[in-house]
Structures are given as structure tokens and as C-alpha cells.
Design a protein around this ligand. Structure first.
Ligand code: NDP
Ligand code: 8X3
Length: 255
């Protein structure tokens, strides 16, 4: 049975979706393990949520591209919190809007190592703790980019198609265990995502110009809903877009 106060590990909790999930799940009584490279941010968030909600929270530095870093973060989190029930492999990024043949190695590696390898490393390290608890829920964060490729997104789209494939494979692999596997696949959402991708504040703001985009809390709400459903219910995939976004290529913008 789902524990009354699940222990939830979130990578990429220093901003955007990860931070919003931490805030929403803390308000529901979940205990939290929060990781990112900007450890001062996750530490401040953990301190705030412990005070506000009386939960247990562990904050740690983690670079999900690096096996030793992930293993150390997950082990410390499980030890401090007394186990793990939920993994949210959220850390990820897009880097640039290059055509396939223009993509520099640095950006290629950043996306594939974080969005694909980092997800494997996080779940590989965390899964034994879910098995030990006898109850688990694993969340992948995919994207509409994993459903519909677009120009300038070949590597990012490849990484999110990869996320979708990993979620589908893992669900087959853990079948027979009380472990749910869900992929939450958002469309455009206003976070630090476009700042990181475009490395230019004005260009990043322009991405959402005239659009009521998803907020990080809209995405966090999808996670909360999937998590709180009865144990026998598994939501395989949540494809969620704002009303203004009909598809990757069709976005309504107000003047
Ligand atoms: P943000 O840039 O706001 O957050 C990204 C988070 O990932 C940060 O906390 C960052 O922390 C962390 N991160 C990045 N690289 C690493 C790393 N190597 N190790 C550990 N943490 C890392 O973007 P979002 O919240 O929007 O993105 C979260 C996820 O959602 C990503 O996987 C993204 O691809 C996906 N997504 C985003 C959409 C959007 O439109 N915003 C839509 C669909 C999916 P730090 O830099 O401190 O390490
Ligand atoms: C982020 C959404 O449209 O920038 O995954 O690829 S998009």
C-alpha cells in the first residue's frame, strides 16, 4: 500500500518543475530528497519546506551525468530519510536550437548525458530502495518533443523519444512488482528551461510571448494526481499542453 507519507526523491529540484513538485508534494505530507548541482538552492528549499510543513527533507548536490555523484546522493538520501518510495527523474535540459549537422559536441553531450544517461543512473541507483520498501512509483519527465520532432530540436527530441522508450521498457521490466511507472510529457512551460537553452533572457522571454504557457505547478499537479491514485491504477503517460498550444508547431499568440 502507498505509505501515508511517501518519501520522494526529485532530481533537478533547484528550479522549474522539480521545485514546484517539491512544494506541492511537501504540502501533501510527502518527505523529500532534493538534488541538483546548485546545492544552495535545494538546501534553502528543503529548509523552507521542513519549517512550513513539518516534513523530513534531505538536500544534496548531484550531477546526474556522473555515476558516483548519483550513487552518493541516492544512498545519502535513503539513509537520512529511512528509505525511498518515489523517484522523479526530472533533471534535464535542451542546449541550443541547432540543426542536426550543426550541433557542437558540447551540446550533444550535455543533452544525451543528462536527459538519457542521467535518468538511467538515477533510476538504477534508486530502484533497489523501492523494491526494499515493497511499494514504488517512478516518474520520467518526457516532453511533447518525445512525441513530435521539430526543426532545431533533433538531439533534444531524440533524448525525449529516448525517455519515452525507457519508460515503456521499464514498465515491462518491473511488471509483477508493486512499482508504477509514469511518464509526464509536457508541452511549453515557463521555467528556466528556455534561459538554459538559449542563454539569452530576452530570447527566452520571447518563447512565451502572448501565450498562457503551462506553469511548473501545472506539471507538478499531474505528478500529484498520478501519485495519489489507488495502488492498482497506473497512469502510463500524461501528455499535457496549454490550451494555446495545439501541437508542437501550432501555438496561438495574442498580440
Ligand atoms: P529548469 O531549467 O527550470 O530546471 C531544470 C533542472 O534540472 C534544474 O533544477 C537543474 O539544476 C537540473 N539539472 C540540469 N542538469 C543537471 C545535472 N547534470 N545534474 C543535476 N541536475 C541537473 O527546467 P524545467 O523545470 O522546465 O525542466 C525540467 C525537466 O522538464 C527537463 O527534463 C526538461 O527537459 C523537461 N521539460 C521541460 C519543458 C518546458 O517547456 N519547460 C517541457 C517538457 C519537458 P542545476 O542547474 O542546479 O543542476
Ligand atoms: C520542452 C518543450 O517544445 O521546447 O520539452 O521542446 S519544447
Amino acid at each position: 500500500m502507498r505509505p501515508e507519507h511517501p518519501i520522494v526523491l526529485i532530481t533537478g529540484a533547484s528550479s522549474g518543475f522539480g521545485e514546484a513538485m517539491a512544494r506541492l508534494l511537501a504540502s501533501q505530507g510527502c518527505h523529500l530528497a532534493l538534488g541538483a548541482r546548485r546545492v544552495e538552492r535545494v538546501q534553502a528549499l528543503a529548509d523552507e519546506l521542513i519549517k512550513a510543513h513539518g516534513i523530513k527533507a534531505y538536500a544534496g548536490a548531484v550531477d546526474t551525468r556522473v555515476t558516483a555523484s548519483v550513487d552518493a546522493f541516492v544512498a545519502a538520501a535513503a539513509e537520512q530519510l529511512g528509505g525511498l518510495h518515489v523517484l522523479v527523474a526530472n533533471a534535464g535540459l535542451a542546449s541550443g536550437t541547432y540543426k542536426l549537422w550543426e550541433t557542437p559536441d558540447e551540446d550533444l553531450e550535455a543533452m544525451l548525458r543528462t536527459n538519457v544517461e542521467g535518468v538511467v543512473k538515477t533510476i538504477r541507483a534508486g530502484l533497489p530502495h523501492l523494491r526494499q520498501a515493497g511499494w514504488g512509483h517512478i516518474f520520467f519527465i518526457g516532453s511533447t518533443a518525445g512525441h513530435q520532432p521539430y526543426e532545431g530540436g533533433s538531439v533534444y527530441c531524440a533524448s525525449k523519444f529516448g525517455v519515452k522508450a525507457m519508460a515503456q521498457s521499464l514498465r515491462l521490466e518491473v511488471n509483477g512488482e508493486q512499482i508504477r511507472v509514469t511518464s509526464v510529457d509536457p508541452g511549453m512551460a515557463e521555467t528556466e528551461f528556455s534561459d538554459v537553452r538559449l542563454k539569452d533572457r530576452d530570447k527566452a522571454k520571447a518563447v512565451y510571448q502572448g501565450v498562457k504557457a503551462l506553469s511548473a505547478y501545472d506539471v507538478a499537479e499531474c505528478i500529484r494526481w498520478c501519485l495519489m491514485l489507488p495502488d492498482h491504477v497506473n497512469i502510463d503517460e500524461v501528455l499535457v499542453k496549454c490550451v494555446d498550444q495545439a501541437s508542437v508547431h501550432k501555438v496561438h499568440r495574442r498580440a
